[in-house]
Design a protein around this ligand. Structure first.
Ligand SMILES: [Cu+2]
Length: 341
């Protein structure tokens, strides 16, 4: 009888297992915390605000840039690294293509040749009396010295690149704080009034409508100025994530309770995609990174569109009037900032 009961309990357990597994998929969508995006949602109900643009930001100041196909994103059938748009990325790509790959090919071919040569030259048919040789000082020196030289040739550019990648940012660098959440990204701009942009993955139809790659495109992008070092302070609010942009040779873990710092510099205007690169839970594959790189002027306009302050402008005493305007007319801080130009 107990046998029968056990069998039933087991059977019911097995029947329920798939339901428990699929319950994982029914997790709630990441919250939309961005005020701009939130007002966009409200706009759907309120006809008066119907002119709100797709990005949720003032179109006079900022319109999301269209990505260039094949740039800053993976390509079909690609086997190489993505094309690089940062100085460290170009150096790293060069080290790979000019030093590492040729060495790997050379070593592999040499070992293959030696293997075939030994198999043929020292086969039993040709050597009825086996050789008793056990040592050859000359060959032993060769096979020690050559690998050492190879390692030195690799180490010099590789270690100097590593050092360059983690050089601290210059004093005047723009700071952006990147926070990984389950499962979206937040970008705050402490130098520009400390507004935060919340970045969620675009659904398939929306991504297609905007001409962007699905699962790489985000509703709100991280925007940075072109050709300038940007100091990224990377952290996480819940579990470990990893902030990665392959075409900028950038990857750094986002760890809760810790701030990791690294300089991001992209030398060409455009849109660059990345993904969370540390397994962080059920929707780990659905928290893409979209970085838009703009000229200084367009970047400043984007900051204004987000209600932020442009670095330098607010600090100068001349701008006190604009600051006063800001205080009196909160509704149009972008206009007030623009008026100071
Ligand atoms: Cu993640």
């Amino acid at each position: 009888m107990t046998h029968f009961l056990k069998a039933w309990i087991l059977a019911i357990g097995l029947i329920l297992t798939p339901a428990a597994l699929s319950a994982q998929e029914a997790l709630p969508e990441a919250p939309v915390v961005n005020p701009a995006a939130a007002s966009e949602l409200e706009a759907a109900d309120v006809p008066a605000a119907a002119e709100a643009p797709a990005s949720g930001l003032d179109p006079a100041l900022y319109t999301p840039m269209k990505p260039t196909p094949g740039i800053g994103m993976p390509v079909d059938g690609g086997i190489d690294f993505q094309q690089q748009f940062s100085e460290t990325g170009e150096t790293a790509h060069w080290i790979n293509n000019a030093i590492l790959v040729p060495m790997m090919v050379g070593v592999s071919l040499l070992v293959l040749f030696l293997l075939f040569w030994v198999v043929f030259r020292f086969r039993r048919g040709a050597n009825p009396e086996p050789s008793k040789t056990t040592h050859n000082t000359f060959i032993e020196i060769i096979w020690t010295v050559i690998p050492v030289l190879i390692l030195v040739v690799i180490a010099v550019p590789s270690i100097s690149l590593l050092a360059r990648q983690f050089e601290p940012a210059p004093e005047e660098a723009l700071t952006v704080k990147v926070t990984g959440y389950q499962w979206y990204w937040g970008y705050s701009y402490p130098d520009n009034g400390d507004f935060e942009v919340i970045s969620n993955m675009l659904p398939a139809d929306e991504a297609e409508a905007r001409g962007e790659p699905y699962q790489l495109a985000a509703d709100n992008r991280m925007v940075i100025p072109v050709g300038k070092p940007v100091k990224l302070l990377i952290t996480a609010a819940d579990v470990i994530h990893s902030f990665a942009i392959p075409s900028a040779w950038f990857k750094l873990d986002a760890v809760p309770g810790r701030i990791n710092e690294k300089v991001l510099q992209i030398d060409r205007e455009g849109v660059y995609y990345g993904q969370c690169s540390e397994l962080c839970g059920a929707r780990h594959g659905f928290m893409p990174i979209t970085v838009e790189v703009l000229s200084e002027e367009k970047f400043n306009n984007w900051v204004r569109a987000n209600g932020g302050t442009v670095k330098g402008e607010a600090e100068e005493p001349v701008v006190t009037e604009a600051a006063a305007n800001d205080a009196t007319s909160e509704t149009a801080p972008a206009d007030a900032a623009a008026a100071t130009n």
